[in-house]
Write a protein that binds this ligand. Structure first.
Ligand code: MLC
Ligand code: AMP
Length: 462
């Protein structure tokens, strides 16, 4: 069996292109360049890739996948603490391509001009492709182990749902260290053999300027497009507009319909499960609903006692999923992995939802207030709280996600200061330790945090 993950790329077409932040290459050329990278990785087990939105990242990831080497995509703006954690937890052999300053890990340089013919390598489908770091409610981010089997099943489910073909030109401007931008947004086109335009930064101008058949974005980008009518109208000629990573507000769906003539197709997923539920290209589109399970995935709703909740379109339950798209667990975290599965083997998403009699899903919210979704990024309140507590001026703090029309939720930190400190100092401290999107947008200084008799902070009162 030859390489089974990216058969579209192996067709090496010269009339299918990837364009990333202004650099364009054909599939044939990317394959030849990635073959050199793959050859250079003999004997390697796992590499870290500083996942800037560039062709270098696409080349590094593609080369490693062709070689069957695991990739740890690292957010390019990772702060000191976040970087230390990812590297010590994942223990990659080396950086592949660019490395951050002051790293002790060796860096394997990539010669982007080198070309070789690709020699098929047989890779076990159960082999891990990515270790993707994602936030939990507490503690440090966990490495989600995604196998090639899961990626294949996840992409094939979407290819089927969206009638995605090699004639499609996908446009997006999403980061390349999460499922949305990396798996759907880069491996999708490489699996189907279609074209990609990655616009670099996901602005309305950039989306409007790229001519594609399919557009992927998070709700923040869709909402900015809805407020920029001239740019939104440029998407009228597309085949499919897709939203995911967070809830698309109904007014944004309605406004985009007026401006583009398209009803945005929403889909739902997680780092741990890939995309499990999607609105089909030929299916019903309903504002606020995210579609039906993709091929190979089953879903169910349970109440707090583990009893089934009816699929009647109204009853709310905890959403559980199972199927071929699921992760293989969290790296080095057997206990945390076990906690996310029910005794009978279903993954507990932490989201609450309703399902109707036709199998359509509506995501109602999340069970925990400690998982924040801001601009499509999943952010753990606990990680930001621990970081803030590391600042000498912070005596106590509590972090919440406050509703925000642009970001969905914005990070707000309530801080009891020990000594005088400015909000700007605390914000930049979080940016230096973690990453830019984990910085609080607002710091509220308070004299004390509301606590219950047990001493636990009552976040609902903040
Ligand atoms: C941000 N800024 C701040 C700040 N936070 N400044 C001060 N204090 C803070 N706390 C700055 C930024 O650095 C930036 O500055 C400016 O404010 C605007 O920031 P922004 O509003 O965040 O906008 P932007 O940079 O344009 O980014 C918006 C975005 C981006 C939507 C394009 O957030 C994004 O790409 N999100 C996608 C996340 C994603 O891919 N999630 C998928 C997870 S996978 P400057 O100077 O730079 O302009 C998943 C599975 C699934 O969820 O279902 O898909
Ligand atoms: P992440 O692990 O970053 O992929 O975040 C996964 C979480 O994003 C899910 O558990 C949901 O809470 C949220 N999410 C993803 N897609 C949607 C959607 N279409 N609607 C509502 N929430 C979503």
């Amino acid at each position: 069996m030859a390489e089974a993950l990216l058969p579209g790329l192996l067709r090496a077409r010269t009339d299918r292109h990837l364009s990333v932040a202004g650099t364009t290459t054909s599939h044939a050329d990317l394959l030849a360049a990635a073959a050199v990278v793959a050859d250079s990785l003999a004997g390697r087990r796992r590499v870290a890739v500083l996942a800037t939105p560039t062709m270098s990242t696409v080349l590094a990831v593609t080369g490693a996948l062709l070689a069957g080497v695991e990739v740890v995509p690292v957010p390019p703006d990772s702060g000191a603490a976040e970087l230390r954690h990812i590297l010590s937890d994942a223990t990659p052999d080396a950086w592949l391509g660019a490395a951050p300053d002051d790293t002790s890990l060796p860096a394997l340089e990539i010669d982007e001009t080198a070309r070789a013919s690709y020699t098929p390598v047989q890779v076990d489908p159960e082999r891990i492709a990515f270790v993707l770091y994602t936030s939990g409610t507490t503690g440090l981010p966990k490495g989600v182990l995604l196998s090639r089997r899961a990626l294949t099943a996840g992409l094939d489910g979407l290819i089927d749902a969206w009638a995605w073909t090699s004639d499609d030109v996908l446009v997006h401007g999403l980061p390349l260290f999460h499922v949305h931008g990396l798996v759907l947004g880069v491996l999708g086109p490489l699996r189907i053999g279609g074209s990609l335009v990655h616009v670099g930064r996901g602005t309305p101008e950039a989306y409007a300027g790229a001519k594609g058949t399919m557009y992927f974005a998070v709700p923040t980008i869709w909402s900015r497009l809805a407020e920029s009518p001239d740019h939104a109208r440029e998407l009228t000629g597309a085949r499919l507009l897709v939203s995911g990573s967070a809830a698309l507000p109904v007014p944004v769906f309605e406004r985009l319909k007026e401006l583009t003539g398209h009803e945005v197709a929403e889909r739902y997923g997680m780092s741990e499960t890939l995309i499990t539920v999607a609105t089909r290209a030929d299916g019903v589109r309903r504002a606020g609903w995210v579609g039906v399970p993709v091929a190979g995935v089953e879903t169910r709703l349970r109440d707090e006692h583990g009893a089934d909740v009816p699929h009647d379109g109204e009853s709310v339950g905890r959403l559980e999923v199972r199927g071929a798209t699921l992760f293989d667990g969290y790296l080095n975290r057997a206990e945390a992995t076990a906690e996310t599965f029910t005794d009978d083997g279903w993954f507990v998403t932490g989201d609450v939802a309703v399902i109707d009699a036709d199998g359509a899903h509506r995501i109602v919210g999340r069970e925990s207030v400690d998982l924040i979704k801001s601009a499509g990024y999943r952010i753990g309140a606990g990680e930001i709280e621990s970081t803030l507590l590391g600042h000498p001026a912070v005596a106590e703090c509590a972090v919440i996600g406050a509703p925000d029309p642009d970001l969905g939720q914005k990070i707000v930190a309530f801080v009891v200061a020990r000594t005088p400190v400015s909000a700007a100092d605390l914000t930049s401290y979080v940016g230096e330790e973690l990453s830019a999107h984990k910085r609080p947008r607002e710091i509220v200084f308070v004299d004390a945090l509301p606590r219950n008799e047990m001493g636990k902070v009552q976040k609902k009162r903040l």
